[in-house]
Design a protein around this ligand. Structure first.
Ligand code: ZN
Length: 1033
């Protein structure tokens, strides 16, 4: 389309548009035409070309930079402004079209568990819905959370099911999003978000044959991520509604009538990733804040209420008051309509768990029907109102105005602030133990589904049931009070029970599948009740070594299968626990390989010692893409390939025994941990100060610090809100800790025990990264948040990069008008700071909050314990802290060899090396110990024929029996690396990657609901940052 066409279109529209609307037109026109003049991106093959800076109409980082954040009193609309309108903009042929969308927001767990809510509340909503919608065809209800709907529907008798189907047929009951839950957008990983969406949509397809949901509804997540329109667009959605964005952002867009926009990805040059988005303008999604700008008026139309805090109470509509009430309501509608470009107006009608009782249905719908009838039949209003679905609203908007005429926008809506300086950055970290469990479950499900697809069992029912349970456990936890860590204590425990069972189920499927895949088919005998393998699980959320499997090494070889769920060859050092230092390791060919024995430091309440007769053994493995190898450990008194690490203990206590060398040293101001060409200098607490890499010094002073909370009631930190009492203070460490330095050929490490943190620094010969393991336990503290802060020499000034949902890295800038807590961002998988010389990246195993508050610095919250509620409805503090293991990998990279992006580029990309470090944390190699002595038909390898594809990642690979009995669905993402080296792939040979040469490949959406056209070419072309779904049959 050319800009001329745009202009013509405006002229046509102007005939029917009022004066007030004209003001907005030249601006859009100008923006569109300048964008068009500069480049013609329409000829590009892909949306991304990092040689060009994308220029959407609105870029969130640029907008945040210009906002005053002054929180001016806007009158009745406190955070906005006074709205006036000209009545003449509506007439009998051009009425205001009002879409009243009834909704009920059902949290699958918050103050109560999912089951408690279902029994006490949600079940009643559905039952009364069935009654009222059947009785009155004009009524409509939208529904988002399939976890609830599926439970209810599955419990119905056939007659009721048919009635429900009829309501769906008549579009009286309409699903929005159709995901299992309405996910949190900060702490959730995009793999899990997609999985939860797929789980809900697959149920809808299998049970009700619904595959055409086009609109998504996200009214309650606390801040919105652009990974969501990315996923939704790829899943075939056309529209999205969001609500919780910073009140200053809402006001900015409301003033410009730009609350409806085309949300595109940061890298998108030409708008192919755009999803039409409606941002709700006001404070909340409840009835007082959705009919118009004045809550004291809107609250009067929430007829189920017996109290409105604005002191005018709702009363039923009667013949006596209908004229007055109708005028009041229409006035609010008309005011609200001035914030939007079209004559279609959305007014949601609902709240948390609304429409439960017969009485409430009656109250709300009868009063509204009276109002609607009166308003529609009184011509002076020029309004046509009706009960409607969200889809009808979006259809009407797009019918009125061409999509091209809405502005485009890129960026995200963090960090959310609902009032004053109440920033919702606390929940980025709240309940890290459970956030860590989420990632562990995510990894195991992905591996289990992948291995199960390869294993191709004949009998599948038990496996399918177990995997479905695991997927649903992960899906429900994506809920915005789940992985966010903002539910009541007993609800978190309930989620954890489900996740723990999900992990067990996944492990069951993994070990059964591995046994089948690693056994010669002739010798394979299926015993589905036998546990063939134990998992060595550093992945337990608290990281306790006691939870790990001790391998009792003797004269019989113990078999260890290592599984790689990534698409590239992995040469990594792994660690296991053994009972003897005389352990000798052999590779898949039976050759002895280099191994290292290290002592295990054990902390008890009073003392510290080495574990007796228990050691860590380390060795390097090489595993094919999506493959496995079989290693062996055997006892051998004269093993020459295994060496003992040397130990240095900085302590007065010399009561340690270990078969290798031990040196006792005094702890000085500057001590050194040596490994290869790297030295780490650390202070008397065992904290890193300087890193020396290849004779170059890097400042890297690491400290643990604490934030307290304000002491004014109503302004204190809680589960959601971070409200520090000032800058962080150094963590109070009482006495000199005992510091252990363990130096070996494959790994050197440093361990120190500070108050509440057991801090472990690890260097390994397989990586340039430094691993940090913090075992954090703050149960004894009060109103304290603990952070790890690193000060470096990087001159990043106020710019840093944080990821969204593990999908992309967004450029952030410290905003001087915003307090510290508002400059905190979700660190879902990593963050980096950089200057012309170097980049320092930090990747994390657990989603947490963090920032770069000062140039050269970055900090990550580790845990938070808060004694009070923060007045967002939870009615409790966060005091159920559990010990948690947070694992980090830090990479220092030379920037000189990389192709630099324009300084205006709104995002960053990882190097290939950094990407692998990030993946290594989330998808570690899985280590399974064979439980029997004999393994008839044992294979050495699986997947050695898999073709390596470093640039592509398998997001999901699972059986999709709803498409065809033996079909496998695969979702593939191609990431974009920062260009520091040439060779990159643009084509994927899926058959060769998976070693599935006889399969046929079909296109599919990324929710894998059905198969579309067959893919004929073996080499599938991909653009960077693209994601595609395939069905293999
Ligand atoms: Zn909610």
């Amino acid at each position: 389309m050319t800009s001329n066409e745009v202009k013509n279109d405006y002229e046509v529209r102007l005939v029917s548009k009022p004066e007030s609307f004209k003001k907005f037109i030249p601006k859009i026109h100008k923006k569109l035409s300048t964008a068009k003049r500069k480049f013609d991106f329409s000829n590009l093959t892909c949306d991304i070309d990092t040689n060009f800076v994308p220029e959407p109409d609105n870029q969130m980082l640029n907008i945040l930079n210009t906002l005053p954040f002054d929180d001016k009193d806007g009158g009745v609309w406190k955070q906005g402004f006074n709205i006036s309108y000209d009545q003449s903009q509506w007439n009998s042929t051009n009425k205001l079209k009002v879409f009243i969308v009834m909704h009920s927001h059902n949290d699958p767990g918050w103050l109560y568990t999912f089951d408690e809510y279902y029994e006490k509340q949600t079940k009643n909503i559905f039952e009364n819905m069935l009654k009222y919608l059947t009785k009155n065809e004009k009524l409509k209800l939208i529904w988002a959370e399939i976890v609830y709907f599926s439970k209810w529907f599955d419990s119905l008798d056939e007659i009721s099911k048919e009635k429900v189907k009829m309501l769906i047929e008549r579009k009286q009951l309409d699903f929005v999003t159709g995901g299992w839950v309405m996910p949190d957008e900060a702490a959730s990983h995009w793999y899990s978000v997609l999985l939860a969406l797929t789980e809900g949509q697959t149920w809808l397809k299998n049970v009700l044959n619904i595959t055409n949901i086009k609109s998504s509804w996200a009214i309650d997540p606390f801040g919105h991520s652009s990974s969501f329109p990315y996923i939704l667009k790829h899943a075939g959605f056309e529209n999205l509604l969001i609500q919780r964005t910073h009140y200053s952002t809402k006001k900015y867009f409301a003033k410009r009538r730009e609350l409806e926009f085309k949300w595109r990805q940061l890298w998108d040059l030409r708008g192919k990733t755009e999803l039409f988005t409606h941002m709700m303008p006001f404070y909340s999604y409840d009835i007082p804040h959705t009919c118009g700008p004045d809550p004291s008026v809107c609250c009067q139309f929430d007829f189920r209420r017996n109290f409105c805090p604005w002191n005018i109470q709702p009363t039923d509509i009667t013949e006596l008051n209908i004229e007055l009430k109708s005028s009041l309501l229409v006035d609010q509608w008309k005011k609200k309509s001035q914030l939007f470009k079209t004559n279609s107006l959305l007014t949601p009608l609902g709240d948390d768990f609304t429409y439960q009782s017969d009485w409430e249905w009656k109250k709300q719908t009868e009063n509204f029907e009276k109002l609607i009838n009166y308003i529609n039949s009184n011509s002076e209003f020029n309004v046509e109102a009706k009960f409607a679905t969200l889809q009808e609203y979006f259809d009407s908007v797009k019918n009125e105005m061409k999509i091209e005429q809405f502005p485009s926008l890129s960026g995200d809506f963090f960090t959310y602030c609902d009032r004053n300086t109440h920033y919702w950055s606390g929940y980025f970290t709240s309940r890290p133990f459970y956030k860590r469990t989420d990632r562990i479950l995510m990894n195991y499900i992905r591996s289990a589904e992948m291995l199960y697809s390869f294993a191709d069992f004949k009998e599948t029912k038990d496996f399918d049931t177990k995997l479905e349970y695991a997927r649903r456990a992960l899906s429900i936890f994506q809920h915005h009070d789940g992985v966010s860590g903002t539910a009541r204590d007993h609800v978190m425990i309930d989620y954890n029970k489900m996740m723990t069972r999900g992990i067990e189920n996944s492990k069951y499927v993994i070990q059964q599948s591995i046994h089948k895949l690693m056994t010669d088919p002739i010798s394979y005998v299926s015993d589905l009740n036998f546990k063939y393998f134990e998992f060595d699980d550093l992945q337990s959320a608290d990281g306790n070594d006691e939870a790990r499997i001790l391998i009792v090494v003797d004269e019989y070889k113990k078999f260890i299968v290592i599984h790689n769920s990534q698409t590239y060859m992995r040469n990594e050092i792994i660690e296991l626990i053994v009972n003897t230092d005389k352990s000798c390791v052999s590779d898949a060919e039976g050759n002895f390989i280099e191994a290292q024995i290290s002592p295990i430091v054990k902390y008890s309440e009073k003392d510290v010692e080495f574990e007796k007769e228990i050691y860590k053994i380390l060795f390097k493995v090489k595993i094919a893409p999506l493959g496995m190898s079989n290693y062996g450990i055997i006892k051998n008194e004269n093993c020459t390939t295994t060496s003992l690490a040397n130990v240095k203990i900085y302590s007065e206590n010399s009561n340690f025994s270990y078969p290798g060398s031990i040196e006792f040293l005094p702890l000085l101001n500057s001590n050194v941990l040596k490994f290869g060409t790297n030295d780490i200098l650390f202070d008397e607490k065992g904290l890193i100060q300087i890193i020396i890499k290849n004779s170059r010094n890097f400042q890297f002073s690491l400290n643990f610090m604490t934030y307290g909370t304000k002491s004014i009631k109503g302004q204190m930190s809680g589960a959601y809100i971070f409200m520090p009492d000032g800058p962080a203070q150094l963590l109070n460490i009482k006495e000199k800790p005992t510091v252990f330095v363990i130096e070996g050929k494959l790994e050197s490490s440093l361990t120190t025990n500070l108050s509440c943190v057991n801090h472990n620094v690890i260097l390994r010969s397989d990586t340039e990264a430094i691993e940090i393991r913090n075992s954090v336990d703050i149960q004894t503290l009060n109103n304290t948040e603990i952070v790890m802060r690193v000060k470096t020499q990087v001159k990043n000034y106020n710019i840093f990069y944080t990821d969204l949902n593990g999908l992309q890295y967004v450029k952030r800038k410290i905003l001087s008008l915003v307090p510290l807590q508002g400059n905190y961002y979700p660190i879902n998988s990593g963050l980096f700071i950089e200057d012309d010389e170097m980049r320092i990246s930090l990747f994390i195993s657990t989603p947490l909050g963090g920032s770069s508050l000062d140039s050269g610095e970055f900090e990550i919250m580790q845990d938070r314990k808060l004694d009070q509620d923060d007045e967002r409805g939870l009615q409790q503090g966060v005091k159920d802290n559990r010990k948690v293991l947070n694992i980090f990998r830090i990479l220092i990279e030379n920037r000189k060899i990389c192709e630099k992006l324009n300084e205006k580029y709104p995002m960053g990309f990882l190097t290939k090396a950094a990407y692998k470090e990030q993946k290594r944390l989330i998808h570690p190699l899985e280590k399974l110990i064979y439980t029997k002595e004999e393994w008839p038909g044992m294979k050495n390898y699986f997947g050695n024929n898999h073709e390596e594809h470093e640039d592509f990642e398998i997001v999901a690979m699972r059986k999709v029996p709803h498409v065809e009995p033996n079909a496998i669905g695969v979702v593939v993402h191609k990431t974009n690396f920062e260009k520091c080296e040439k060779n990159e792939e643009n084509f994927l040979n899926l058959k060769r990657l998976l070693g599935l040469h006889s399969k046929n490949i079909f296109k599919s959406s990324i929710t894998l609901l059905e198969k579309n056209d067959q893919v004929i070419e073996d080499e599938i072309a991909f653009c960077h940052m693209d994601t595609k779904g395939f069905i293999l049959t």
